[in-house]
Design a protein around this ligand. Structure first.
Ligand SMILES: [Zn+2]
Ligand SMILES: [Zn+2]
Length: 234
């Protein structure tokens, strides 16, 4: 049986457990929710929300010039990491409403003409059964997913890749075949942004379709250290 069907069956019979500590009857208990580390405010790059203690912009923003910026709710750590993993790899859909609520509360005042989700290749969509970023977006009050952005090439899993490798990996992987986005402010929703290579490549094709600005909005921001093994991005 494919893993997603095993998990779907398990969801029916297993009680809801906290993604952080395993407490029963909640997708995320109060103490675990309180321990989430915001990816906003002091000690963050103003452009890409990565951890950064210097003035204004971090040096890695050089790689993200087609994005108006990255807005992320939480640092990819602790319960935030577990939520992202559970949704993406354990196919645990029951936590999507909680993640949507947390994202909405952490990033108040977001406003866009249209929202897109980072598309999965159809083979991965078949494997997983859903797009985790779409599920996240559907649980927020943001504009619901616009069509037209597609992944035309299955990319390698990006775990452990450096920035340059990730950029090569996603180059040309996306196309946009929807209505003109002329003058629009649009957002790309993703569960986690690490190097930003994937959202940046999507932003490129949306800018080509006329978008005035393209923001990335993520549940979690993994602050990337090129010298270490990177966390998940794709
Ligand atoms: Zn807990
Ligand atoms: Zn930055």
């Amino acid at each position: 049986m494919p893993p997603r069907l095993v998990q779907a069956a398990a969801d029916l019979f297993l009680p809801l457990r906290c993604a952080g500590c395993g407490a029963f009857d909640t997708a995320l208990c109060g103490p675990c929710e309180a321990s989430l580390q915001p990816a906003t405010g002091q000690g963050r790059c103003r452009h890409c929300s990565a951890r950064w203690d210097g003035a204004d912009f971090c040096p890695r923003c050089f790689h993200l010039q087609h994005l108006a910026g990255v807005r992320a709710a939480f640092e990819m750590a602790g319960p935030a990491r577990k939520l992202v993993h559970d949704l993406k790899y354990r196919y645990y859909r029951a936590i999507a409403p909680v993640m949507g609520r947390l994202l909405t509360e952490a990033l108040p005042g977001l406003s866009f003409d249209a929202c897109f989700v980072v598309p999965l290749h159809r083979s991965r969509l078949r494997e997983r059964g859903f797009n985790q970023s779409e599920l996240l977006l559907r649980n927020t009050p943001l504009p619901q997913p616009s069509p037209g952005l597609a992944r035309v090439r299955r990319t390698d899993r990006q775990v452990g890749q450096r920035i340059a490798e990730r950029r090569t990996n996603v180059a040309g992987a996306f196309v946009y075949a929807g209505p003109s986005l002329s003058g629009q402010s649009v957002a790309l929703i993703d569960d986690v942004v690490t190097t930003g290579a994937t959202v940046h490549e999507c932003a490129l094709v949306l800018r080509d379709a006329g978008a005035r600005e393209v923001w990335a909005v993520a549940f979690a921001r993994a602050s990337y250290e090129p010298a270490t093994t990177a966390p998940i991005d794709d």
